[in-house]
Write a protein that binds this ligand. Structure first.
Ligand code: SF4
Length: 430
C-alpha cells in the first residue's frame, strides 16, 4: 500500500479491492461453480488485507451486519506449511498500527461501507505483543470513539489469561483458529503450533462468554461498550491440509460445542500455495468445505449428533449427497414420515423440511387439512427433496427418493487438479 496516498484515496483503493467473503453452496449457474468465498481465489487481490463479510445476528430480531474484515498485518514469525504469509515465503509485508486500523475502519464506516469490524492478523514476533495491539484497537474504538457496534476479533493461542479477559470483554465475538482437529497432524503442518495450547486459550475465552451469558440471564443490563463476546465464539479449521477425516473433524467440533458458548465453526478448504512446502499437495474440493458446513448446521440447528451422520468408508461425508439426504437414505426404516401426525422432531429429520417449515406444518395441520404438495410448498417445504420421504393421509407423495440435484455441478468439476497452484488463499487467515 502506498504511503503517499491521503486517507480518502487509500480507503477508496482498498475498498475497490474488497469483495464478498460469504460462505455458501456452489452456484447453480455453471459459470459460477464455486461457493461465493472461493470464486476469486486466483485473482490478484484475493490476499487483500480488506474484505467485506456479512453476518446475521441470531434470535427473533435477526439482523444483517456488514463487517469490514481487516488483516492487521500479513507479516508472521510462524512458518505454517500451508500459509501464504509464512515466515520463509518471499512477499511484500505490510502492517497497520492500531491507530491506523481504527482510522481506516471509522472512515469506511462513515462512508456507509460497513457497520462492524472483523480483525484478523499474522503474528510478527511474540503473540502477547500482537495481542496487546489488538486490545489497543478495541480500547480505542470502545473507550475513545464510543463505538458500540459489532467487533469480531481473533484471539491468538497461548496469550496471557489477562489478555483473553480484556479482549473478550471488549469484543462482540471472539474466535480461535484450531486449524486441525488432531494435535499430531497440526504439528506436522504448523511446527510452532500446539493444539493443546490452542484449546487452553479457547477454554479461557469460553468460560468468560458463558459467565457473561449467565449474568445476562440473571438480569444484568447489557453494556454495548463491553459486550463480553455475547455473540458466541467461533473456531476455524483448514480442511484437507491434514489427513483428518470429516468424521474426526465433526467429532472434534461436536465435543467442543458440548461445552457451550461456541456459535459455529468455519471451514477453509485447503489450497496449495506457490513457494510453500505444500505447493504440490492437491487442493481440497470446495464441495467438501460445503458439506462440512451442512453437517455443522445439522448438528447445531437440527439436533443431529456427530455419530449419526453418514460417512463413507474413508470417514468422509459423501461429496455427492447433502448430509441430511445421506442420513435419510441410510435409514429407510424411519421413512416415509406421515405429515399429518408426525412429531416436530420427526418432521425436522425429513430432507427439505427445516425448523421454520416444521413449525409451520405443525401449526397449519392443526387448523386445516393439508391436501398435497402445493400446500406443503406454501409452508416452506422444499418438496423436490421432501416428497419421496413423506406420506399425506397415508398416500405416498412421490415414489422415488430425492438423491441430489447438483446436475449443474459435479465433484469432479472442482478446481484443484494437482498441477494447479495458487499464489493466494482466501482461507488461511480467516
Ligand atoms: S497460519 Fe497464521 S500463524 Fe501460521 S504462518 Fe499463517 S498467519 Fe502465521
Amino acid at each position: 500500500m502506498s504511503t503517499d496516498l491521503d486517507l480518502d484515496s487509500k480507503i477508496a483503493l482498498l475498498m475497490s479491492l474488497a469483495a464478498e467473503d460469504r460462505e455458501g453452496g456452489p452456484g447453480r449457474d455453471p459459470s459460477m461453480p464455486l461457493p461465493p468465498r472461493l470464486r476469486h481465489a486466483t485473482e490478484v487481490g484475493a490476499l487483500r488485507p480488506f474484505n467485506l463479510r456479512t453476518v446475521r445476528s441470531s434470535g427473533p430480531r435477526a439482523q444483517k451486519t456488514t463487517l469490514l474484515r481487516i488483516l492487521m498485518t500479513n507479516a508472521c514469525s510462524f512458518n505454517c506449511h500451508y500459509c501464504p504469509m509464512r515466515r520463509d515465503r518471499e512477499m511484500p509485508r505490510t502492517l497497520l498500527k492500531p491507530e491506523e486500523l481504527v482510522r481506516v475502519f471509522l472512515a469506511a464506516r462513515a462512508r456507509g461501507w460497513c457497520e462492524g469490524l472483523f480483525i484478523t492478523t499474522g503474528i510478527p514476533g511474540r503473540p502477547v505483543k500482537v495481542m496487546d495491539d489488538l486490545i489497543t484497537v478495541l480500547e480505542l474504538l470502545r473507550d475513545k470513539h464510543r463505538f458500540t457496534g459489532y467487533i469480531h476479533v481473533k484471539i491468538l493461542p497461548g496469550v496471557e489469561q489477562a489478555q483473553v479477559e480484556r479482549i473478550t470483554a471488549l469484543a462482540t465475538r471472539v474466535s480461535v483458529n484450531l486449524e486441525a482437529a488432531c494435535g499430531e497432524h497440526l504439528t506436522r503442518i504448523a511446527p510452532e503450533k500446539n493444539l493443546a495450547t490452542t484449546l487452553t486459550t479457547l477454554e479461557q475465552a469460553r468460560s468468560l462468554v458463558m459467565h457473561g451469558r449467565a449474568e445476562a440471564a440473571a438480569g444484568k443490563p447489557a453494556d454495548a461498550l463491553r459486550p463480553g463476546g455475547r455473540a458466541g465464539m467461533t473456531m476455524q479449521l483448514v480442511v484437507g491440509a491434514t489427513p483428518d477425516s470429516d468424521r474426526t473433524i465433526v467429532g472434534k467440533i461436536a465435543e467442543l460445542y458440548a461445552g457451550g458458548g461456541i456459535h459455529h465453526s468455519q471451514f477453509s478448504a485447503f489450497r496449495p500455495i506457490r513457494d510453500t512446502p505444500m505447493e504440490d499437495v492437491r487442493a481440497t474440493p470446495a464441495l467438501r468445505e460445503f458439506r462440512l458446513y451442512q453437517a455443522d448446521h445439522l448438528m447445531r440447528a437440527y439436533g443431529f449428533g456427530a455419530d449419526e451422520l453418514a460417512f463413507d468408508d474413508g470417514g468422509n461425508l459423501p461429496l455427492t449427497l447433502d448430509p441430511k439426504v445421506a442420513w435419510a437414505l441410510a435409514h429407510p426404516e424411519l421413512f416415509p414420515v406421515e405429515v399429518r401426525t408426525a412429531s416436530p422432531t420427526r418432521l425436522l429429520r425429513v430432507p427439505g423440511i427445516g425448523p421454520a417449515s416444521a413449525r409451520r406444518l405443525v401449526a397449519e395441520r392443526g387448523q386445516t387439512t393439508l391436501r398435497g404438495l402445493a400446500d406443503l410448498r406454501k409452508l416452506g417445504v422444499i418438496t423436490s427433496r421432501a416428497a419421496g420421504f413423506l406420506t399425506l393421509g397415508g398416500r405416498r407423495l412421490q415414489t422415488t427418493r430425492w438423491s441430489e440435484q447438483l446436475g449443474f455441478w459435479r465433484a469432479e468439476d472442482e478446481i484443484g487438479a494437482p498441477h494447479i497452484m495458487y499464489d493466494v488463499s482466501p482461507g488461511t487467515f480467516r
